[in-house]
Design a protein around this ligand. Structure first.
Ligand SMILES: Nc1ncnc2c1ncn2[C@@H]1O[C@H](COP(=O)(O)OP(=O)(O)OP(=O)(O)O)[C@@H](O)[C@H]1O
Ligand SMILES: [Mg+2]
Length: 504
């Protein structure tokens, strides 16, 4: 097999950081090539260079054997390179077909968009590669897995031969991951090449033909799955042994931290999203909320945080009625909130880290100083968070947008776990973080639990769910259908409960 893509000695510097140095990579035609590495190792930076989004300071990129100079994504697309980003870029108020042709219509079809022709081409693509999407469906009706297929179809529609996916599985539940992998296998069978980033070692071992490991900005090794294992990969990533999470003992208190009784929630358009939800959470325990995305977990979190009002029933948070209490008062009472969408709800991307330390905490000690914020405290505590959670950054004055995805996540978790919260609502707390950082975050959650906090853990990561939860509440179709004991539940049982099958 020849190389479709070759990288020789790429370098990319940012103020205070060498994001890529001496990067070398060879990607074989028709292969699935995984890139792994710690948060901040330089994976996304490399992909951005390959897609013409940024220009490396030095080094060469060869596509199908010829050296190229990528000035923009348009250049990359013309060479047959397509990319699906970590955060999707689709329009909600348009159909699948409209989204797919968006951006490529004028050059391909003249100024009049030829929908019939485009639809035909899209149907061919979806059929050939087994991508299960309906061209006429409105995007707003689609879940994450389907949106990702639209992104992939869009890239294929533009004629991509090399597909770059930045952490495609981070947002997917296990069943969707299987579907994605089936799609990727179909693509390479048809001669395409896939380059993808992941933090999940089991995954890359199961699907990749080649695995390249990056560490501190550079490529350190490439392995075939047969020649390696999880332990070696992890050690190549961190350059040493992994930290192990310390388990605390279970001391559930009688104190009710969260009490949800017969709660329901309907959208403005009258559609009922939640009905008859009952859940009790006590101090000192972690309750995992498991469910396929879109079964009401986001709305349930909104009820708890006072961001939405129940249409029936009650939600008591630390003795406060969440329906009539302001979100900031709920937070001030001792509730920490790690939102699932870190870029939309967790950070001000264009503000420096220290300002982000204040976000959501501006109304309480020590971040508030009368009606002003306490800049000194924010700066001081940002440094502590960076240190304790191993946030890789040149300093606390850099903008949140300059941090790698995983490091943004570590900063949010660090901020939220500050000050001994009594209730922690943690949605996908380790999404996009590397194995070392995952261990640090798990450890902090376990410590918070030992100190008596009640934790509601909403996670699509089964390993996380089973490792941390004392009880697992399964949400399906807007209500909690069962409470399981993780010690007595298999992933298969859980999968059945999550898809609405009656539990035994
Ligand atoms: N626009 C930018 N400005 C300044 N620094 C940046 C910028 N983009 C990336 N960096 C820095 O470059 C380094 C590599 O970041 P990159 O996003 O490539 O990491 P990554 O391997 O993708 O990490 P993750 O797994 O967390 O997504 C990090 O130290 C990051 O802070
Ligand atoms: Mg990244």
């Amino acid at each position: 097999m020849s190389n479709v893509l070759e990288v020789i000695g790429i370098e990319k510097k940012y103020p205070g950081v060498i994001a890529n140095r001496d990067v070398s990579l060879q990607v074989r035609e028709g292969s699935i090539h995984a890139i792994i590495g710690e948060n901040g190792a330089g994976k996304s930076t490399l992909m951005k260079s390959l897609y013409g989004l940024i220009r490396p300071d030095a080094g060469q990129i060869k596509v199908f054997g010829s050296e190229v100079n990528l000035k923009s994504p348009q250049d990359a697309i013309e060479l047959g390179i397509g990319m699906v980003h970590q955060h999707f870029k689709l329009a909600d108020n348009a159909t699948v077909l409209e989204n797919v042709i968006l951006g490529s219509e004028p050059t391909r079809f003249g100024f009049v968009v030829k929908y019939d022709q485009a639809r035909k081409k899209l149907l061919e693509i979806t059929k050939n590669y087994g991508l299960d999407i309906d061209p006429d469906e409105s995007l707003s009706n689609l879940g994450v897995g389907e949106r990702q297929r639209v992104e992939i179809a869009k890239v294929l529609f533009r004629g991509a031969k090399i597909l770059i996916l930045d952490e495609p599985t981070a947002v997917l539940v296990p069943q969707e991951v299987d579907e994605l992998f089936a799609n990727l296998r179909e693509l390479v069978k048809n001669g395409l090449t896939v380059l993808f980033i992941s933090h999940k070692l089991d995954e890359v071992l199961s699907i990749a033909d080649d695995i390249t490991i990056m560490r501190q900005g550079t490529t350190v090794a490439t392995r075939k799955p047969k020649e390696t294992n999880k332990k070696e990969l992890a050690e190549l990533m961190v350059g040493g042994e992994l930290p192990k999470p310390k388990a605390g003992e279970l001391k559930v208190s009688s104190e009710s931290i969260l009490s949800i009784k017969s709660a329901a929630y309907s959208r403005a358009d009258g559609r009922e999203i939640l009905h008859d939800v009952n859940l009790e959470l006590h101090g000192g325990e972690i309750v995992g909320l498991a469910g396929v995305e879109g079964n009401g977990q986001s709305e349930l979190i909104e009820l708890i945080m006072g961001l939405a009002q129940p249409s029936a029933g009650s939600v008591q948070v630390l003795g406060l009625d969440a329906a009539t209490t302001l979100t900031r008062e709920i937070r001030n009472a001792g509730v920490a909130y790690i939102p699932q969408d870190r870029q939309r709800d967790g950070l001000l991307m264009s503000a420096p880290l220290w300002e982000n330390r204040i976000l959501g905490h501006q109304f309480a000690d020590p971040m508030a100083k009368g009606v002003w914020v306490n800049k000194g405290a924010a700066i001081e505590d940002s440094k502590r968070v960076v240190d304790e959670f191993d946030v890789r950054t040149p300093g606390i004055n850099v903008l949140a947008s300059a941090l790698s995805g995983g490091n943004q996540q570590k900063f949010i978790v660090g901020r939220e776990l500050t000050g001994d919260p009594k209730l922690i609502v943690a949605a996908q707390p380790t999404r996009g973080v590397d194995v070392g950082a995952q261990a640090i975050i798990w450890d902090h959650l376990m410590q918070a639990r030992s100190k008596g906090a009640g934790i509601l853990l909403v996670t699509a990561d089964l390993e996380e769910l089973f490792s941390l939860s004392d009880r697992i509440a399964v949400i399906y179709s807007g209500t909690i259908v069962s409470i399981l004991n993780p010690a007595k539940t298999t992933p298969e049982d859980l999968g059945l409960a999550m898809t609405g099958a009656k539990s035994a």
